[in-house]
Design a protein around this ligand. Structure first.
Ligand SMILES: CC(C)(COP(=O)(O)OP(=O)(O)OC[C@H]1O[C@@H](n2cnc3c(N)ncnc32)[C@H](O)[C@@H]1OP(=O)(O)O)[C@@H](O)C(=O)NCCC(=O)NCCS
Length: 171
């Protein structure tokens, strides 16, 4: 039984190690999510501390997926965008621990993220994902529209280049 919760400042402090654990596990598993290997736990924790500060400032939403008290996955909505894009949000860092994959957790996180974005007054969401990767399949299945592919947009943690596909969804 998976529960999705929006994490406020106190929740984020309490879950920092668990969130960092999920991020570090994804990078260790080869996910192209901004960071290069090796990516130690402490570094992942520092990154989440920065995002938590943005949540406190109202510019970002972080959701957690829980099995009981154990956090297994997370996703973010970037709310703070330029003044001429108040209706738009960005989905970022959809991450599920390798031990918890293929149970529908990412899909549940995305359903809740879209609902949260709508509740925040957003009518358009944009995201990017590794081309033809597990996440890209999920987004296509959930009705996101493919914009196009940017070749060699980023790197995998081991340094290999990685194509990226941009998607959008009108809410
Ligand atoms: C991409 C990612 C978030 C998907 O997480 P997940 O929780 O495994 O996703 P889901 O369980 O919703 O869906 C994954 C697959 O499991 C299947 N599935 C879902 N529930 C299932 C169940 N109960 N039994 C069997 N299969 C199931 C889905 O149909 C999907 O199948 P597909 O791979 O053929 O498309 C995860 O692989 C991840 O964290 N990757 C590394 C980080 C990353 O790349 N993030 C994306 C950034 S854009």
């Amino acid at each position: 039984m998976i529960e999705i919760r929006r994490l406020d400042g106190a929740d984020l402090q309490a879950q920092l190690d668990a969130l960092a654990g999920v991020l570090a596990d994804c990078v260790a598993g080869g996910a192209s999510v901004s960071f290069m290997a090796p990516f130690p736990h402490e570094q992942a924790r520092t990154v989440f501390e920065g995002w938590a500060a943005e949540v406190d400032a109202g510019g970002r939403v972080i959701l957690g997926a829980f099995d009981g008290e154990q956090l297994l996955g997370t996703v973010q909505i970037v709310l703070a965008l330029p003044p001429n894009q108040p209706h738009r949000g960005e989905i970022a860092k959809l991450l599920v621990h390798r031990s918890a994959r293929r149970r529908g957790i990412a899909q549940l996180l995305m359903e809740h993220a879209e609902a949260e974005a709508r509740a925040e007054g957003k009518t358009l969401l944009v995201l990017d994902a590794v081309t033809d990767g597990d996440a890209a399949r999920l987004y296509a299945r959930m009705g996101w529209t493919t914009v196009g592919v940017v070749p060699k947009f980023a790197l995998y943690p081991d340094g290999r280049p990685c194509d990226t596909t941009y998607f959008f969804k009108e809410l």
